[in-house]
Write a protein that binds this ligand. Structure first.
Ligand SMILES: CC(C)(COP(=O)(O)OP(=O)(O)OC[C@H]1O[C@@H](n2cnc3c(N)ncnc32)[C@H](O)[C@@H]1OP(=O)(O)O)[C@@H](O)C(=O)NCCC(=O)NCCS
Length: 157
């Protein structure tokens, strides 16, 4: 893999917004008619700028050898849940790699950095949510140790 993974800085918020915008269009935009595809452009800058200052959040960017941003990952540590007091959950909130750079290990490098950060942050469990129709992402997560735990069912009304 000819890419580097780095922590995002305040100067790279626009690259996080651009990657999140592309993820919304490709993922929710194809799979959820209710998804607001304008959210990253409207709210993303403030949202990511806030995460960059938080100890419970991880913002990663992957860069190609030529210096272009080619992917991102957002991780969070979920606040303790009184119903599951012993669980400290590292949540993989968002992950995307540019189509032209998939299949060469960039997603794996981003995920491994997240796993290490979650462990160092005290997490004892990891979680990710994917659309049931996003088979390639689910396959990616399964290969890295994730297995279905809860299932959300929707019905039109
Ligand atoms: C899922 C995703 C992040 C994987 O990134 P990647 O850089 O292609 O992943 P890697 O090269 O490290 O690993 C490739 C693995 O992903 C699988 N894969 C999934 N989608 C793939 C794609 N479009 N192209 C190539 N490999 C893909 C491969 O089969 C391979 O699996 P293996 O490691 O078990 O053999 C990337 O496909 C992506 O951005 N998908 C669209 C956005 C998305 O669905 N994000 C997740 C939302 S929950």
């Amino acid at each position: 893999m000819n890419a580097v993974v780095v922590r995002a800085t305040s100067g790279s918020v626009p690259q996080l917004v651009a990657s999140a915008t592309a993820l919304f269009a490709e993922d929710g935009g194809q799979r959820d008619p209710w998804m607001d595809l304008t959210w990253p452009r409207r709210e993303g800058s403030a949202y990511f700028a806030d995460l960059l200052h938080r100890d419970d959040s991880l913002c990663l960017l992957a860069f190609s050898a030529s210096g272009s941003a080619i992917g991102h990952l957002i991780g969070r540590i979920r606040r303790p849940d009184p119903l599951r007091p012993g669980a400290v959950v590292g949540v993989l909130e968002s992950l995307r790699v540019d189509t032209a750079h998939r299949g060469i290990g960039v997603g794996t490098a981003l995920a491994e950095e997240f796993f290490a950060w979650a462990r160092e942050s005290g997490a004892n469990q990891l979680s990710v949510t994917a659309y049931a129709a996003n088979e390639s992402a689910i396959s990616f997560y399964r290969s890295r140790g994730f297995a279905p735990f809860e299932l959300t069912l929707h019905a039109p009304l």
